[in-house]
Design a protein around this ligand. Sequence first.
Ligand SMILES: *[C@@H]1O[C@H](CO)[C@@H](O)[C@H](O)[C@H]1NC(C)=O
Ligand SMILES: *[C@@H]1O[C@H](CO)[C@@H](O)[C@H](O)[C@H]1NC(C)=O
Length: 274
Amino acid sequence: MITTAMIAPLLELLVLHSFINNPVLAFTGVGPSTSFDWALKVSELHIPGYRETKQHFILDTDTTSNEEVMMTHADYSSLLPFQNGHLIHKTNGYLFTPEECSSIVQEAEDVAARMGWTTTRHGNYPTTDIPIVELPNTLHLLKSTLQSRLYPLLRHQFSPYLPDGTKLRVADGFIVKYDAAGGQSELKPHRDGSVLSFNVALNDSTDYEGGGTWFHSLNDSIRIEKGEVVSHASGILHGGHGISSGRRYIMVCFVILEGYDTWSMRFYNNVRDL
Ligand SMILES: *[C@@H]1O[C@H](CO)[C@@H](O)[C@H](O)[C@H]1NC(C)=O
Ligand SMILES: *[C@@H]1O[C@H](CO)[C@@H](O)[C@H](O)[C@H]1NC(C)=O
């Protein structure tokens, strides 16, 4: 006989499984109906998937010798004040060189020519993307850049909130392709299931019309130049603003704070009305 006690763990597994396959949490509106228990799934504790996927992004021993760049307030602009800090930032210059951006797009297109772009990873909000773990050169470049520039940048930007900025870890990342001519041209408003998210523009802003990262709280989208970075609290409502012509590639990464599950849940809950 099948009892509820037997089914419950199974249901939990199914929920977890579908969550892991849908790391982008989709919400179409704000208000009471969205105060669903998603926050419980934000920490590593509740996302065994992140515990595994973050392994791919752990720095190699040969990149740990990379010199860390000292970041200052002059390196970025901040928006959306909240408590002692800001929840959205954009860099005032590139973190990835034009050559690095080109090589990332090249590798993504080369690999996609063999295995295709993924369009099913994010459930109701499909993106046309390719996981960075499938792109060895990009993964190597990302790890080195995380060490030298990206983690120092995020640490500085979110220092008013982070209990320990040295515990930031990328847990997932992919290259997304927006194409006005077909496929995906926008990404509907949603919340990510991590602590911080960032995206890197891989194209010049003149390569497309429209685009940028749209934020509900700003009622506006932020457009950046090739190699620049937009970072934000994962839990705030945002989307990929539609492009009306051209093509736009971005690199998107989800970042967690290792060992701070309770703090992560609290942070997510605090910002999810924004
Ligand atoms: C976008 O940028 C990449 C290099 O970063 C380039 O290969 C590609 O042609 C650009 N796309 C368009 C539509 O200009
Ligand atoms: C949001 O921006 C649009 C124009 O971009 C404007 O028409 C609209 O009134 C704004 N909404 C709010 C709530 O400010």
